[in-house]
Design a protein around this ligand. Structure first.
Ligand code: FDA
Length: 297
């Protein structure tokens, strides 16, 4: 990222929402479930799997959490009806984690039951570090009754190696990503080379432990490292998949796919697009160019 890109990333809250929306369009399927289904179906025809995310987080009332759970239930039913190769990704703060942990657990538990009856799978995204302990505790508890649930871990967190050691007995189905939230230095590594080394070390540990891993990255170095590891460990395609975000580096996505690896694309949709869009834009190395173009067009 250039200095100008970094400056714009820092001042994104000052950029008009209409401009953010225009630039972030590429990352979001649309506002409705139909939009997301269309994108998932198109990816499926290319042999690419999907995971679908109803945008929204940090709800303050139980009714909002219930509404999110209802939307996800309908989404799972649509996926089943249309026989899409797709699962769903949820955020616990959208299910009321910060309102009442017990209610949050109950809502996710009910969603997992419905997903199981439709032979589908639910991935719990990982949010900022104020949620890590509770998310992993709820994940552990859910695993007592459910096998169709996975969780996300973040390579930038200093605690992650300890977390995966503590969860090893469950052999979780993981998504491993670098981590996107802004965290203080005592909680998360700041240096990209360290994050990358940690990513590589954790990935090797998980694959050796027999966990299914969603290798979520657009960093070609990490993709290269993962492919090397997959070859060295002689892993079958059922042991892992690559995962990428809608709107990011489709060229790399095609390369991974053409090398014969399974790939899943994360498809967000909904009206609550702002927070997700800002996170994505902050990571876009060509942010300044896009924002300036959108402002003056
Ligand atoms: P890195 O940030 O180094 O990017 C590598 C390259 O990818 C960049 O140089 C650029 O070319 C391209 N790129 C990356 N982001 C881009 C963007 N927005 N626009 C354009 N180009 C871009 N995080 C989290 O904290 N909790 C979670 O639950 C998830 N879930 C999740 C699911 C999936 C499927 C993916 C792929 C990622 C996540 N993430 C996440 C986000 C993740 O933590 C991370 O922030 C991003 O994936 C960017 O990190 P990379 O590994 O791609 O490397």
């Amino acid at each position: 990222m250039t200095v100008v890109d970094r400056l714009i990333a820092l001042t994104l809250p000052l950029v008009p929402k209409s401009v953010v929306r225009k630039v972030a369009n590429r990352y979001i399927a649309g506002e409705s479930m139909d939009d997301a289904i269309r994108v998932a179906a198109a990816l499926n025809t290319l042999g690419i799997r999907a995971t679908m995310d109803v945008l929204g987080e940090d709800v303050h009332r139980f009714e909002q959490a219930q509404a999110a759970a209802d939307e996800y239930t309908r989404l799972l039913e649509e996926i089943h009806r249309l026989q899409l190769d797709a699962n769903v990704s949820i955020k616990l703060t959208q299910f009321g984690l910060k309102v009442d942990k017990r209610d949050c657990y109950e809502l996710v538990d009910a969603l997992l039951r419905r997903a199981a009856s439709l032979r589908n799978f639910v991935r719990i995204d990982m949010e900022d570090s104020s949620c890590t302990t509770d998310t992993l505790a709820i994940y552990r508890r859910l695993r007592r009754d459910h096998s169709n649930v996975g969780v996300v871990i973040q390579a930038y967190l200093r605690r992650t190696q300890r977390d995966v050691a503590a969860l090893a007995d469950l052999q979780p189905n993981y998504r491993l990503c670098k981590g996107v939230y802004v965290e203080p230095r005592n909680i998360a590594y700041r240096d990209m080379p360290i994050i990358n080394l940690n990513y590589a070390a954790i990935l090797e540990r998980l694959l050796r432990n027999g966990s299914y891993v969603g290798i979520a990255t657009h960093d070609e170095m990490m993709v290269w490292h993962a492919m090397q590891l997959i070859r060295d460990l002689n892993l079958p395609p059922t042991a892992y998949e690559f995962q990428m975000l809608l709107g990011v580096d489709e060229e790399l996505r095609d390369i991974v796919r053409h090398e014969g690896h399974n790939l899943r694309v994360y498809i967000p949709y909904g009206r609550d697009w702002y927070a997700y869009s800002v996170r994505r834009l902050r990571e876009n190395p060509r942010l300044a160019g896009y924002v300036l173009k959108a402002m003056f067009k």
